[in-house]
Design a protein around this ligand. Sequence first.
Ligand code: HEM
Length: 437
Amino acid sequence: MNEPPRLHGGSFAAWSRDRLGLARRGAAECGDVWQLEPGVYVAATARPCEAVLHRAQDFPKPPSPLFPPLKRSSGARTPQERAHAHAARMRGLRPQAVAARIGEIAPRTAQFADQWPTGQDVEILPPIRHALAEIGVRYLFSEDAPTLLPFASQLFLAREVLVRPSRWVWPRWVPTPARRFRTRQQVAFVDALRPIVRRRRSSGRLGDDVLGQMLRSSSRYGLLPEEAILDSLPGITVATFETPSRAAGWILLHLARYPQAAGRVAAEATLLPADPAATTSTHLDRLHYTQALVREVLRLYPPSWLLTRRVRRRTQLADYTIDAGATVLICPYTAHRDAREHSDPDQFQPERWLDDSDSPTKPGVFLSFGTGPHGCEGAALAMAMLTLLTAQTARCYHLSEPPGPEPGYQVTTLEGLAPVGLRLRATSRSGGPSCFQ
Ligand code: HEM
């Protein structure tokens, strides 16, 4: 049997000491697919990453441990119900649906920029998260957002506690304090959401937001059971702002480090209307360079840098044989830094995304949102939020890093990549108190 090469010095212990470093070394020394420990393989370059993500029959996605269905719900959800819930959410999250709501998102990203305290060093991730949570929760629940927003921050906290690295990995059924806290927050959120679901259903005013789409009957699947809606929305709620805020942190750091690029974004942002509420998808589509910059930061620092799949049956991957029961870790981080796919892969070059002749048009070279049947549902929403936030912030301010230690990065157990201790200082470009009307 032809097994993927084992990385010399690779082990779980070495992995937990420096995951990004080991991932880079594995890709450099072993190539497309390598073995970390017996039965644990890393897909390190674009082609095997894509293959695994698309072949969901051979490489199923394990269930998310974050917000599993509550015990009191009607039991395990069927694959058909999951497909129905996914299709319903996508009606509210697809690019056309997001495009129609740019005028709601832009005032909130502008408010974030407008309220940034100038002339002082600010720890920026908490206010970003707060701003993006407001946008995300409003996007999902429209006028019911004020009722649910307070629960969103608690769900986020529950998630943070759960993903904190720990010495022990407890079996799923052990009710650790973190899991009990998670369940309490999930129950509180669901208890607040249930009356909203019932009120909308009984009044017939379902709403045009994502929840409204989930309440609509589909010709293919019929009506989605209430518990399926309630089970899926805690995770989706956190998804609207958790990963995007990690991404926004990396982006603002790059605006501070690359003032020329920030100047170009600021110049482009003058194409946006002075009144943020008048912003449309046409304005957004004109921000070519800003979108390229966002994409470039997501390439270099994919906020979800490692994805997990199980192997259902013995199968082939990149000329190797992989046994049933093995784990495959898909690594967008190393796939994005492959010199065969991107010239000068470690360099920050937003222009590469503007040049049609460069590699990004080839499939598989941009995996920050995943791909295949489990690709990110919120990619269009995330790109809209991040592009607006980036343009409006650069339009208002020069950003700089305060002197002192460089912000580090944090790799969470659930394979998130976040800048930690990120402090930035904003100086007004206009000198005036506000850059919006
Ligand atoms: C910069 C922001 C974001 C990044 C980098 C990101 C990244 C990803 C990635 C890599 C996956 C694939 C996971 C896998 O294959 O195992 C994913 C899945 C998903 N994302 Fe995002 N995401 C972002 C924003 C959002 C937003 C705003 C939402 C809002 C609804 C969202 C909802 C989801 C959902 C529901 C899935 C699961 C899809 C499935 O399993 O079928 N994401 N995301």
